[in-house]
Design a protein around this ligand. Structure first.
Ligand code: 3HC
Length: 714
């Protein structure tokens, strides 16, 4: 007999079918398990448990998924006293004698999978995805995941005393990877996969009503050598590995302690983590990424244009890299270049990249073939007349780029978007060569384009809202983090980079060496220091960009120019700030460069001194922050979190520090300003450089943060 009772305006829908109570989580967009939803679930659960006519309870989710897990917003501040959370829901389930089944349609992540693991049975639909991604937020699964997943997988994979299952659980939690329905069933997380998860769960609940299969009652073992190995494979605690080490500790506790004590231990570790700097940084970045597509002040509901085909001008390293980005996203792309040798090199580069990926097992051979064939090489503009978007990736010279834009405008169909991959130059000047400035935009990919996640989307003065929205949607399709930037020299990233590099060079003149500076910045968490990066990108490239840059209002260092004059362009010539022996990438200190630097100090009349690593980090990072503040104030970046994403995804800023602007917020803007002033007061420091940006000074004075700052100052 079918009985339905739906309660209005609730985040949980309750329905009873043949004695089975179905509780459907319904809190758009992702049924996040926030305090209100959890309180309602507990109320519904208590009613169902007390109802003797209910024999089993099924959890399900509306809005196309089971649930995205705990509400991450609630981790940004301590919870109000008495508020409920997913742990309270699970405790209510665990206490009950009824049978519970989770019906997983779509994602069940974090706390949502933990709820499912607390049930007796789990059924997924074909599109189910389950995972414990807490580690990606600098956390560990804190609602029993570290206790139940190893127990379950150890029991379901009994060979070798269940150790293989424990290893699977550890891997899954340490990587934060989610598993699809087939994988989850194979591992034993799901008991069954069916077309309609809810219907199958109800069926199962009927046949299993009265039986219990609580994971909490299983036991398992973990070998000390396994956890020792796991500790050895994750980064050190102070370098982004804090959550990973605590997660391993929690699993160890699960094997050693009685369930309830293990759970309490996990909870304590979770509470420690949720307040930690790395977790707050990761949570900041989670929301920063979700802000990306939001462009303020658009004229109405602007829809993106459909992009079905693309072209790239220039078959150099950048051009072919960009072409591969399109091929990877399944968008047919043509590369146009008139130089046959360049075309051959480009073709070979693409083929070898995909072959390499097949060898490493990253993609299947047929995928590699389809992607390689997805890139066509053509010799003239007529062949790309019908594409929807073209990206110019030619030599970084305004003269050349203007010629290309004029030719593209003539050749391409009306409506096609013309984009430039310039890293610094004026988009408006290029747009002025066309009859369609509204359809001109910057799409600045970072090298290697097929690997780096960042894409700066540069909005010219005439770029239409439709073009901008199309570029943002395209970035998502290309699986890039598309950050909108104003059209200012260097956009967001390189504009800040100039300040960072300037400071690193001044530090050289004052007494530091390239090796010391790179070491200090690597200790801070960058994968490479400013001079290793200059050598990798090419000192010649930096030098040529500096020729096109607007004149700085302060003196600039000439050390890089001296190296350029000597033909020391970096890794490509085997010598730059460092020496690279026999084509190796490992930098070796060059005493000759240290002498050259000392000679520069002498020429400038600077008395060299011993510089501490802390000063190096402070000056390089604070230079970034001060310029970042100007960038927000000038409206070049839409929000401070965009700057953080640029620095993280384009320049290697350590994720566990959240980006330069978040780092400044965590330090306290008042302290940042005080330090800027103390640097400015040092003899020889250029006051123009270190004067706090007006926005920074104002926010510091108001006790505010960059994150909380919305809108442009008046
Ligand atoms: N908490 C709060 N908000 C969330 C959320 C969560 N767990 N998951 C997603 N959202 C919000 C997003 O911020 C976004 O909001 P907006 O529209 O206002 O910008 C909206 O939901 C849609 O998110 P996406 O744009 O990411 O939507 P997708 O459809 O692309 O992806 C998803 C959906 C796969 C669920 C993805 O959002 C996701 O991976 N979410 C995070 C999952 C996660 O990390 N869960 C663990 C939480 S921590 C936890 O559970 C702790 C526990 O162990 C105690």
């Amino acid at each position: 007999m079918l009985q339905t009772e739906t309660r209005p305006a609730s985040l949980v829908r309750a329905e009873t079918r043949d004695g089975i109570r179905i509780l459907t989580l319904d809190s758009p967009p992702v049924n996040a398990l926030g305090s209100r939803l959890c309180a309602e679930v507990i109320r519904e659960l208590e009613a169902a448990i007390a109802d003797s006519a209910v024999t089993a309870i099924v959890f399900a989710g509306a809005n196309g998924l089971f649930s995205g897990g705990a509400d991450v917003n609630e981790f940004q501040a301590p919870p109000p006293p008495g508020s409920k959370n997913i742990r309270d829901v699970i405790a209510t389930v665990e206490k009950s004698d009824k049978t519970f089944v989770a019906a997983i349609d779509g994602n069940a992540l974090g706390g949502a999978l933990e709820l499912a693991l607390a049930c007796d049975y789990r059924v997924g639909s074909n599109n189910a995805r389950v995972g414990l991604p807490e580690i990606l937020l600098g956390l560990l699964p804190g609602a029993g995941g570290t206790q139940r997943l190893p127990r379950l997988l150890s029991a379901r994979n009994p060979m070798n005393n269940g150790l293989a299952g424990v290893q699977m659980a550890l891997d899954m939690m340490l990587k934060g990877e989610s598993k699809n329905a087939t994988q989850a069933k194979g591992m034993g997380i799901l008991d069954d996969v069916a077309l309609g998860a809810v219907e199958r769960a109800v069926e199962l609940a009927k046949t299993k009503a009265g039986t219990k299969a609580r994971v909490s009652r299983f036991t398992f073992i973990v070998l000390p050598s396994m956890t020792a190995m796991a500790h050895g494979m994750v980064p050190p605690e102070e370098r982004g590995g804090l959550a990973a080490h605590k997660l391993i500790d929690a699993v160890e506790a699960a094997s050693e302690m009685e369930f309830k004590y293990g759970l309490a231990h996990e909870r304590r570790l979770f509470e420690e983590l949720v307040r930690s700097g790395p977790a707050q940084a990761a949570i900041h970045l989670f929301f920063a990424e979700r802000e990306l597509g939001k462009i303020p002040n658009l004229a109405g509901d602007v829809k993106p244009k459909e992009i079905k085909s693309a072209a790239v001008v220039g078959a150099g390293t950048m051009g072919t890299g960009i072409a591969m980005v399109f091929a990877n996203a399944g968008i047919p792309v043509s590369v146009i270049d008139v130089n046959p040798e360049q075309v051959e090199r480009g073709r070979a580069n693409i083929a070898s990249t995909y072959e390499g990926q097949v060898k490493k097992g990253r993609i299947a051979a047929d995928v590699a073939k389809a992607r390689t064939e997805g890139v066509k090489f053509v010799g003239d503009y007529a062949a790309i007349a019908d594409v929807d978007v073209v990206i110019e990736a030619v030599f970084e010279s305004m003269k050349v780029k203007k010629e290309v834009f004029a030719a593209l405008d003539k050749a391409l169909k009306p409506g096609a978007i013309l984009a430039s991959n310039t890293s610094t130059l004026d988009i408006d000047e290029m747009a002025s060569m066309t009859s369609r400035p509204g359809q001109v935009v910057g799409l600045h990919f970072f090298a290697p384009a097929n690997i780096m996640q960042l894409l700066e989307i540069v909005r010219g003065k005439s770029t239409s809202d439709e073009t901008l929205v199309t570029a943002t949607a395209l970035a998502k399709r290309l699986r890039k983090k598309g950050v909108v930037s104003g059209n200012a020299f260097g956009f967001i990233g390189n504009r800040m980079l100039f300040d960072y590099i300037r400071e690193a060079n001044f530090l050289l003149e004052e007494g530091a060496t390239p090796m010391q500076i790179d070491g200090a910045m690597k200790d801070f968490g960058f994968p490479m220091g400013p001079f290793g990066m200059s050598d990798l990108s090419g000192i010649d490239v930096f030098y040529k960009i500096s020729l096109e840059a607007p004149k700085a209002p302060y003196r600039t260092s000439e050390i890089a120019a001296r190296l350029y004059e000597q033909g020391r362009y970096g890794q490509k010539t085997g010598k730059g700030f460092f020496i690279y022996e026999d084509g190796k990438r490992e930098p070796v200190e060059d005493p000759g460069v240290n002498d050259l630097i000392a000679a520069e100090s002498k020429r400038l009349g600077i008395k060299r001194r011993r510089i501490k690593d802390e000063e190096i980090v402070e000056r390089c990072i604070y230079a970034l922050i001060n310029e970042g503040a100007r960038i927000i104030e000038d409206g070049i970046a839409q929000r401070s979190s965009d700057i953080d994403l640029v620095y993280l995804n384009g320049y290697g800023f350590p994720a566990y520090r959240g980006g330069p602007m978040f780092f400044a917020d965590q330090t306290g803007l008042h302290d940042v300003v005080r330090t800027l002033k103390s640097i400015a007061a040092q003899p020889g420091s250029d006051l123009g450089v270190w004067t706090p940006a007006p926005l920074l000074a104002r926010l510091a004075h108001q006790g505010q943060t960059f994150s909380a700052f919305k809108g442009q100052p008046k």
